[in-house]
Design a protein around this ligand. Structure first.
Ligand code: NAP
Ligand code: MG
Length: 488
């Protein structure tokens, strides 16, 4: 008989020390690919633990600010090295916590490494301008000052990349951080913070407090000593962040959902379009905010596109992300599985035609996990629920269109505006599309997912609070501009 190894307990990181929550309550993290496996145990913290972390972050903030951009950036080269050394362990932890395949997890850790390197360099870039003053004997210039303590609230779908693209620019800008990750992926967060802690960064600069959204997340939104909140997650919680932070005058940034369209024009390279639609829609089990959800296909190529797509979708191997043959893992948690199955049910009920998939996988070992078949619908009309609401699962909705103009109109006819793609060889169509799409990320002959860490990222309409993350845009969020005038 196999004896179950006792799951490891992980702690909060507060003021440079690993600590249990005051009430000693814990959360068990379960593997979505086999729900009998407990990956580890994390702290279910209370408001007092959060308060302690905020106090620690506040105490060291001026010292950290006074180090200056370059010295702060130097730490991040070491963080990158430390992540490199631990890449296999972190990737495996991520796969066990939220189910994406090991190559995807590894790729994501590599992304985090690049992000830390990028912001290490960013510490050497210019932070202001000299501007002429009406008094020609004086000197006027701008500089960028940190905001203070930043609260970081992250989702489970990119457990390390999103955390890194918030924490690295926040810290290099001279802020200190209190980080609350999604419960599901708290251990990956612990491992990231271990890599940051290892490089000798001053105590209190980075603090990790695990726990529930309602206690620790809401506690961050409401905390009078937290000057800025950066959030990625659902629209529902994002609105709470916006309203709560605004009501007490804190700076905030919310990155939320998407309902991303791809248009397949009649002159598209169909093989490329099929490959990229599948990658964009079904990789990471469709749990990317930028994933492809609506597929708008021009009638002339509809049948051949559909046939090629179905052939490829049916070849997808679904399985435990740690198995080498798996192309697609499980939904990351039971709630997400049920959400996906509910949307599929709604699709059928509202009259869309199910072409493939549609069911939970209950065969053999997969019955222990939250696996769902890759699913494709057709006869989807733009007003159907599955064409309007974010599913966050491996579901593609085919919509037949007659013209590019009609396709763009339907593509824009949702409350979201995160990413959008078109496949065409016609420069005119491509240009019209890039101009007319209300989306923060617009791509031609490439899948809807595909974010570059050095470029601004964020959505339009209800997908975001209209600020941008990553690249230099992140430094803008994590700092305030100060205009200085000096006269001798
Ligand atoms: P979520 O439920 O909104 O959770 C996000 C984070 O907020 C988690 O840490 C969660 O903690 C916390 N939270 C929950 N309730 C809270 C409250 N009352 N106050 C403060 N914080 C609270 O989202 P999710 O299910 O993790 O992630 C999926 C969503 O994220 C999707 O809608 C997806 O589109 C979006 N997303 C957007 C982007 C983007 O860049 N635009 C990227 C990735 C994901 P708990 O874990 O404890 O609930
Ligand atoms: Mg959640």
């Amino acid at each position: 008989m196999q004896t179950q190894v006792k799951p490891k307990t992980h702690y909060n990181f507060i003021a440079g020390e690993w600590k249990a929550a005051k009430n000693k309550n814990v959360i068990e993290i379960k593997n979505p690919a086999k729900n009998t496996e407990i990956v580890g145990v994390v702290q279910k913290s209370l408001k007092v633990d959060l308060d302690e972390a905020v106090k620690a972050a506040q105490a060291v903030q001026k010292e950290w600010r006074d180090l200056g951009f370059i010295a702060r950036g130097q730490y991040f080269y070491k963080v990158a090295e430390s992540l490199e050394k631990n890449i296999d362990d972190i990737a495996l932890t991520m796969t066990k916590e939220m189910g994406k395949t090991l190559p995807e997890s590894k790729g994501e850790v590599m992304r985090a490494i690049s992000i830390f390197k990028y912001y290490a360099n960013e510490g050497m870039n210019k932070i202001g301008d000299v501007i002429p003053h009406t008094d020609s004997e004086g000197l006027m210039y701008t500089t960028r000052e940190p905001l203070g303590v930043v609260g970081v609230i992250t989702p489970w779908n990119f457990p390390i990349a999103i955390a890194a693209w918030k924490i690295a620019p926040a810290l290099v800008s001279g802020n200190t951080v209190v980080f609350k990750p999604a419960q599901e992926t708290s251990i990956t967060a612990v491992k990231l913070v271990e890599c940051i802690a290892q490089v000798g960064i001053p105590k209190g600069v980075i603090n990790l407090v695990t726990g529930t959204g309602s206690t620790i997340g809401q506690g961050i939104i409401d905390h009078p000593e937290i000057q800025a909140v950066t959030f990625t997650g659902s629209n529902e919680v994002g609105k709470r962040v916006a309203v709560g932070a605004a009501s007490r005058g804190a700076k905030f940034q919310t990155e939320m959902g998407g309902k991303n369209p791809v248009i397949i024009a009649n002159d598209a390279d169909l093989d490329l379009a099929v490959e990229q639609t599948i990658n964009g829609g079904l990789k990471s089990t469709g749990q990317k905010c930028t994933c492809t959800s609506r597929v708008l296909v021009m009638s002339e190529v509809y049948d051949s596109f559909k046939e090629k797509l179905l052939t490829k979708v049916k070849e997808i191997t679904v399985g435990d992300g740690t198995d080498e043959g798996s192309w697609m893992g499980p939904c990351s948690n039971e709630k997400q599985l049920n959400t996906v199955l509910n949307y599929i049910g709604k699709g059928i009920e509202e009259g869309a035609a199910l072409l493939t998939g549609g069911k939970r996988i209950t065969k053999g070992a997969l019955s222990k996990g939250f696996f769902v078949e890759p699913t494709v619908f057709e006869n989807v009309t733009p007003s159907m629920t599955i064409a309007q609401e974010e599913i966050f699962g491996p579901v593609l909705a085919l919509i037949k269109v007659e013209t590019i103009e009609e396709a763009i109109e339907i593509a824009n006819d949702v409350k979201y505006g995160l990413s959008a793609a078109i496949f065409t060889r016609d420069l005119g169509k491509a240009l019209t599309f890039t101009k007319e799409m209300d989306a923060g990320l617009v791509r031609v002959n490439a899948e809807t997912a595909g974010v570059e860490l050095q470029a601004p990222f964020g959505g339009m309409k209800e997908s975001s609070s209209h600020s941008r993350e990553q690249g230099k845009a992140a430094i803008e969020f994590y700092t305030a501009t100060k205009t200085i005038f000096i006269k001798a």
